[in-house]
Design a protein around this ligand. Sequence first.
Ligand code: DQA
Length: 138
Amino acid sequence: MKILILNGPNLNLLGKREPSIYGDETFEQFFEQLQKRYPQIDFVYFQSNIEGEIIGKIQEVGFDFDGIVLNAAAYTHTSVGIGDAVKAVPAPVVEVHISNIHARESFRHQSYIAPNAKGIIAGFGLKSYDLAIQSFLI
Ligand code: DQA
């Protein structure tokens, strides 16, 4: 099973960025644990601060991979283009957020990903990614 974990803008700063909201672990540390926990899954990880690169990656793997775990970060709330890319590909996309976006500022309540996602997991810290991966295994 091939799964892409796709992170959007500022998530390269995990571990340093607002640790009270996003925790103090880097994504690289967490990703190593995930790979060990799910040896049966062939993971690809990609992070970009650039909207077009995120769209490009969804197009690149979306006709081939078994699933995409997508944290589009701030683009979740602004990007019609990423939402359209999710709609365009057959691979199921699970939208994830580290924080509970519905418990935060109202501009974070809107998602352009959600209408085309298979499901949404938010608010469990980095465990949100783990829960999203489990959704592909059940
Ligand atoms: C986030 C929530 C977004 O509102 C924010 O812009 C992020 C991270 C999260 O994982 O909690 O960058 O997607």
